[in-house]
Write a protein that binds this ligand. Structure first.
Ligand code: SF4
Ligand code: SF4
Length: 690
């Protein structure tokens, strides 16, 4: 009967030595992992153990199922081949261990033949996967795999790929030698080893004397790989699943609230590594350096000084070199043998410059202010690392602890504090856009069906005032009972929160919630995805809970209910839609604005190359609207170029920030083939029969 012969051609005494080494490896791995866990634990608390069923489901989908990894062809195939072959090797080794140690004869008969066939297939696919990885990382070298500042040619990945390939090849060589010597009648089931064995002519009369030596070389290389797990990038096979398990469970658009902000004595935000939450520190070890976040980052694309990948690795490096990362008794040893420090911590010296600043190892302030909070990086990351959250924790520190803010942003914050809007316009002019429209005020009517939340842009920015007026026409055409707050409405300061100014945000949130509680209404409708996101996901942190609807959803509802009749459009043939990050990525609303455009008779809709989940930011979020453009190209110019290349006659948006940013490009420069830029409410209002 076909059966696996354990320890073929090896003396019995190999076995206890082998087990001694296994135990030693286990201890070294446990020690190394414990060191990393100790580093993560120095971070601040953050609650990530709720909804365990959902978390475990995600672990199965994203770690075992590699769901996000497979969303990209070449890297997905490459990693899938390596990962699943590795899983098969792990299962195969466990089965061999069970047979040898528990004395259970499981590798027998048909099961053993299938085992051999599968392990042979896994060996070949594993080597193909490693080849694809090496070719991509070291020969093709796409920009997103560029090296970190301490790691110009990612040598630590080379070590992992090389060691894995060496283990696979020596394992295959051992099998070839065994098959040539034993020539079992079932050899064809070990189809890869058997085919290679056939290349070497007739079988030898004696087992090759080199076999036991090669067996040790193979075993020792496996042990070296295992021991290096917590000390090299190989650690990601443990930390990436942990990052997936402890991913954010609430709405992605809600930033965590600082409780008792006025009383707390804790430093606000993160100005040093131990002030990050523990998930941020785990993120550094979980990052696989795949660069997917960098490839989708609009700030990086525009040549601005921000790469989310490098930022995560900067935090990781500083954590590793944190003075507390070594034990006291280890210091004199590594002082004499610095390579040990490098081996253990990845670098020779502790950082001497502050976390945020212009020092050699610091994260520059310009890097932090370049982020538009578009969330593309977090949506793209296959292992749920959160670079944007790290940026926002550092911004909080700059704003609340240091008061270090770009001048124009600081002015917008002062305006919001004094006048309730970042434009610095008088509060009493908030409803001036509707002076001739006879729009009802909540203060007069007390209750209504729809409270139209106009927002600061819709109230004060002349371009967006046209959108507010269009909304009034739509409400009236559909016979919707509505009213506005007028002077009582105040900026919700969501952009201030994302610029780090949590204190101002909380003041404005409490004030607005107090105002809203005075009136009765069925739902709030707003044309601004930023207001929508904050009212919907962040005001509940302060007890404000209402039904919040974005105007794209609301208009789509009215159209579906037959409450709006639209005329033919005014000469536009091809339209495209630019997704707002806060509507799409933050809230998953992609179809509603497209349904609105599709309702316009005769208008054809074409998608931009980067649309829906892959939509490209306008460059205006996260307070960027109130900051000077950072060095590099302007993000809105990149997007306007993309629209222009598609060649639509109409580019529609559903966000006041997108409208302002893209309008700047349309009106501020010579565009070869200009396109009309409109909010969807304007498009619909224009098509109303009266
Ligand atoms: S949120 Fe957007 S701009 Fe900020 S780092 Fe991520 S991808 Fe870049
Ligand atoms: S943060 Fe995520 S997407 Fe970015 S390099 Fe690391 S693993 Fe890849």
């Amino acid at each position: 009967m076909p059966a696996r012969e354990d320890l073929w051609n090896l003396p019995e005494w190999f076995y206890p030595i082998h087990w001694t080494l296994v135990i030693l490896c286990g201890l070294l791995v446990a020690y190394g992992l414990w060191r990393r866990i100790r580093l993560w634990r120095m971070g601040r608390p953050i609650h990530r153990t709720d909804r365990m069923g959902w978390r475990l489901g995600g672990l199965a989908l994203y770690a075992l199922g590699q769901w996000r990894v497979f969303s990209q062809g070449y890297p997905g195939l490459m990693h899938g081949l390596i990962f699943y072959s590795f899983v098969i090797f792990y299962i195969a080794t466990s089965l061999i261990g069970i047979q040898m140690d528990a004395g259970l004869p499981i590798l027998r008969g048909t099961f053993y033949l299938i085992f051999e066939m599968v392990v042979n297939a896994a060996t070949l696919l594993f080597l193909v996967g490693l080849g694809l990885a090496a070719w991509r990382r070291y020969l093709r070298r796409p920009d997103r795999l560029n090296g970190h500042r301490h790691d110009a040619l990612p040598p630590r990945w080379g070590y992992i790929l090389g060691t894995l390939a060496f283990i696979a090849l020596t394992g295959l060589a051992l099998e070839v030698m065994r098959l040539r010597s034993q020539a079992p009648p079932w050899a064809q089931w070990s189809w890869l080893g058997n085919a290679i064995a056939g290349l070497f002519g007739p079988p030898p009369t004696q087992p090759p004397p080199v076999y036991p030596y090669l067996w040790w070389v193979h075993q020792l290389s496996v042990f070296v790989l295992i021991v290096s797990l917590p000390y090299t990038r190989f650690i990601h096979i443990v930390t990436s699943p942990l990052s997936i398990l402890f991913r954010q469970s609430g709405p992605p658009g809600a930033l965590p609230k600082i409780e008792d902000i006025e009383e707390t004595e804790e430093p606000l935000g993160a100005g040093s590594v131990e002030q990050f939450t523990w998930k941020r520190l785990l993120d550094g070890d979980a990052c696989t350096e795949c660069g997917r976040c960098q490839a989708v980052c609009p700030a990086y694309a525009a040549g601005q000084p921000l790469s989310p990948k490098h930022l995560v690795l900067d935090v990781r490096d500083r954590m590793s070199r944190y003075p507390g990362a070594l034990w006291k008794w280890q210091e004199p040893i590594v002082a004499r043998l610095p390579f040990l420090r490098r081996l253990a911590l990845g670098n020779d010296v502790p950082p001497v410059t502050p976390l945020i600043g212009e020092g050699e190892d610091s994260i520059g302030e310009a890097t932090l202010w370049a982020c538009t909070t578009c969330r593309a990086c977090e949506q793209e990351c296959p292992v749920f690392v959160e670079p944007m959250a790290a940026i926002l924790e550092m911004r909080r520190y700059l704003a609340l602890e240091e008061g270090r803010l770009p001048d124009t942003l600081a002015q917008a914050l002062r305006n919001t504090e004094r006048q309730g809007n970042p434009w610095g316009q008088p509060r009493h002019r908030r409803a001036a856009w509707a002076a001739d429209l006879d729009v009802p005020l909540m203060a007069d009517v007390g209750q209504t069906e729809v409270l139209f939340w106009v927002g600061c842009a819709g109230s004060y920015d002349p371009r967006n005032q046209r959108v507010s007026r269009a909304m009034v026409r739509i409400f009236r055409a559909a016979g919707v009972e509505f009213a506005v707050l007028g002077e009582e409405e105040s900026c919700n300061a969501e952009w201030a929160r994302r610029a780090g100014e949590e204190y101002l945000f909380q003041l404005r949130a409490e004030e607005n919630i107090k105002t809203l509680r005075r009136y009765r209404f069925a739902r709030i409708v707003t044309a601004c995805p930023h207001c929508f996101n904050t009212l919907r996901h962040e005001y509940p942190q302060f007890g404000g809970r209402w039904e919040i609807v974005h105007h794209s959803q609301f208009i789509a509802e009215l159209l579906a209910a037959g409450r709006l009749a639209l005329n033919a459009h005014r000469g536009w043939e091809l339209a495209t839609f630019h997704d707002s990050c806060y509507l799409g990525r933050y809230n998953g609303i992609y179809d509603a604005p497209r349904r609105v455009l599709a309702a316009l008779p005769g208008l054809q809709l074409a998608e931009l190359p980067r649309s829906r989940e892959q939509g490209f930011c306008c460059g205006g979020g996260g307070g960027a609207l109130w900051m000077e453009h950072p060095p590099g190209r302007r993000i809105n110019d990149l997007r306007a170029d993309e629209i222009q290349t598609l060649g639509p006659s109409l580019a529609a948006v559903a966000c006041p920030f997108c409208l302002i940013m893209l309008e700047e490009c349309v009106t501020g420069r010579e565009m070869g083939t200009p396109f009309a830029l409109r909010d969807i409410a304007e498009v619909v209002a224009d098509a109303l029969p009266f």
